[in-house]
Design a binder for this molecule. Sequence first.
Ligand SMILES: [Zn+2]
Length: 74
Amino acid sequence: MDCEESLPLLSDYHAGELDEAARDGVRDHLGCCPPCDGIYHDVETIVVSASSLREEEGISFPDENVIWQRMQFN
Ligand SMILES: [Zn+2]
């Protein structure tokens, strides 16, 4: 799996929604590709902070997939 294949899967990978083959492919790629691994950590941070803010403040944040799409297209 290369960067182009794995990047769109990171959000689902984090959510645990990939099948086993895709999950292994992403995990292997993250293990050997520091830039993608860094992006994955950014996704984790955004998801965690957005959901904790949502719980604490009662503010309606865009869901994780919307955030992820913005990151890709910026
Ligand atoms: Zn990569």
